[in-house]
Design a protein. Structure first.
Length: 99
């Protein structure tokens, strides 16, 4: 969360988890808060996996209409996920599980 000179946050980071029937489900970057926002409000930003920088209004509420995608963060997150998957694949001994 970025802050201005008064130590009040100026924006938050949210990730679009999924889009279902005109509603985008967003998760706050800390992973503790989940909200639903109309895809009409987010416009082209309503894409699964999008990392959004959302400015905060006068009383600290997210201003969804002014959200902007952070392509750099999206790329970093994909790269991290690919590294985790590769690490997990290297531990897999292969073969099927027999019951």
């Amino acid at each position: 969360m970025s802050q201005d000179q008064t130590d009040r946050p100026t924006h938050e980071i949210w990730v679009v988890d999924r889009v279902e029937g005109g509603i985008a489900v967003l998760i706050e970057d800390e992973g503790e808060i989940v909200v639903e926002v109309s895809t009409r409000v987010l416009g082209a930003n309503a894409v699964e996996g999008a990392v959004l920088v959302v400015p905060l209004g006068a009383v600290g509420e997210p201003v969804w209409e002014e959200a902007e995608r952070d392509d750099g963060s999206e790329g970093d997150r994909v790269e991290q996920a690919e590294k985790i998957l590769e690490r997990l694949r290297s531990r897999d001994p292969g073969g099927d599980i027999a019951t």
